[in-house]
Each structure stands twice: as structure tokens, then as C-alpha cells.
Design a protein around this ligand. Structure first.
Ligand code: ZN
Length: 239
């Protein structure tokens, strides 16, 4: 089933998001931020597109468009995917200067924190408390890459204990391998040098929203619409 504008707005308005708030670099993931994204989507300043079967869910920052595949998974996973892409949209709206790695880590952690919150259980059996304590110690001490799910879990991003946590830089860099493995087309250097969402100088999202709101209030559009600006040569996409 395809994800619609209503599905996206429904996810962004989910009261369960109120229990999730954390920071990765300059990004703050919070219900308030997602309410802001919803405002842009309601005004069609960010549009929803349906791609073909198996299309990667993406946020196109130049055309301010969220794209989802025509087929999608179970309802909880759908919701978590929507939240991931809306995290990229939030970074775009706030014009944050984040590295691709930080932006992707924030989006993935939001996705898994929300999924854990929805499923009501951690990603592995936590009935053996001693084993869990040992696993956590090993993750903390590890010099090796760890997984996004482990980082979301040990920081309790899905429950009250992790509310308002800051993810330290050492965890962001430990996630490099886990995240970079998903995006084969992004070179290693780009993760650490490219900005995740470059500032939208030509077509700031705030301006697009102001225009969209003005347009609904007045029957005559202003002479120069930001929608008419020429598209940039290469569309930058965040999966
Ligand atoms: Zn992403």
C-alpha cells in the first residue's frame, strides 16, 4: 500500500513521539520538530510522491519532496520509515549544517527509537539482566563499529530514561560502518566532508512555506514564485 499525505501527517501527529527527544551534533530530534515538518506538509511546501515498487524512501532537498515506494511494510515499519525521511526534512527546514554522517545517524536513530517505542520491546531478548548488563558494557567499551539499533537501545531513546540525551561523537563515528554499508553510492570521504542538507540558499523552505500560506489567503499569486525558480542541475537526495 502506498504511503499518502494523510499517513505522513498521522505519523507526525503521533502522541507517542512525545517520549522521544535526543540530539546528534546540531540536530535535535523531537515531537516539536516533527510538528514543524507537518506544518510544511499540510501547506504542500513539502510534497509527498509515490515511487515504483521497491523504490528507496527518500527526501529530495532541492524539490522539497518526500518519496515512498508504492509497496511498503507492516504499519509500524511504515511509520518508522516515514519518521526517518521526515528527520531529513526537519534538517532541511532548520537549515542545519550537518555532515551526511550526522544527518543519517539522527534519521536512523529516530527510526529505530520510534520502532522500539511502537513495538514495545527492545531489539533483542532482555530477560537475562546480567547478560544485558554485560552486552552494554561491551558495546560501550568497543573500539569496533556498533549497530544503530544497539546505540538507540543503550541510550534508551525509546523511553523516558533516554529523554533529552545527547549522542556523543564517539558513537556517531562508531556507526559509520553500519550506516555507510547501506549507501553504496556514497564515497567514504563524502560522509565526513559533505553537508547532509546544504543550506537551501536559492529556495529556502521557510520562503516556500510563506508563499504557500500567502497563496491560500490571496487569490492572486505574487509575481515571482519560489516554485518557478530553475531546478538545480543535480538533485541531491537523502535516503
Ligand atoms: Zn536517510
Amino acid at each position: 500500500m502506498a504511503i499518502t499525505k494523510t499517513d505522513v501527517l498521522d505519523t507526525l501527529a503521533d502522541a507517542r513521539l512525545a517520549s522521544i527527544r535526543f540530539r546528534v551534533g546540531p540536530v535535535t530530534v523531537s515531537a516539536a520538530g516533527y510538528r514543524k515538518v507537518a506544518e510544511y506538509i499540510e501547506a504542500d511546501a513539502i510534497k509527498i510522491k509515490v515511487g515504483g515498487k521497491g523504490t528507496d524512501p527518500s527526501y529530495f532537498m532541492d524539490s522539497n519532496t518526500l518519496r515512498f515506494p508504492s509497496d511498503s511494510e507492516s504499519s509500524n515499519e511504515r511509520r518508522a520509515t516515514i519518521l526517518h525521511e521526515c528527520t531529513h526534512a526537519l534538517i532541511d527546514i532548520e537549515e542545519l549544517h550537518v555532515l551526511r554522517l550526522e544527518g543519517e545517524v539522527a534519521a536512523h536513530l529516530a527510526q529505530y527509537a520510534y520502532l522500539m517505542r511502537l513495538n514495545g520491546n527492545p531489539p533483542f531478548d532482555d530477560s537475562d539482566k546480567a547478560a544485558v548488563a554485560d552486552a552494554l558494557r561491551r558495546i560501550h567499551a568497543s573500539k569496533h563499529p556498533v549497530s544503530v539499533i544497539q546505540v538507540a537501545f543503550i541510550h534508551n531513546l525509546h523511553n523516558a530514561k533516554g529523554f533529552d540525551k545527547t549522542i556523543e561523537h564517539k558513537f556517531v563515528s562508531k556507526l559509520f560502518k553500519d550506516i555507510a554499508g547501506v549507501y553504496a553510492d556514497v564515497g567514504d570521504r563524502a560522509w565526513l566532508t559533505d553537508l547532509g542538507v546544504p543550506p537551501t540558499a536559492e529556495m529556502g523552505l521557510r520562503r516556500v512555506l510563506e508563499y504557500a500560506i500567502r497563496r491560500t489567503k490571496s487569490p492572486r499569486p505574487p509575481p515571482r514564485s519560489p516554485f518557478d525558480l530553475p531546478a538545480r542541475r543535480r538533485e541531491r537526495t537523502l535516503l
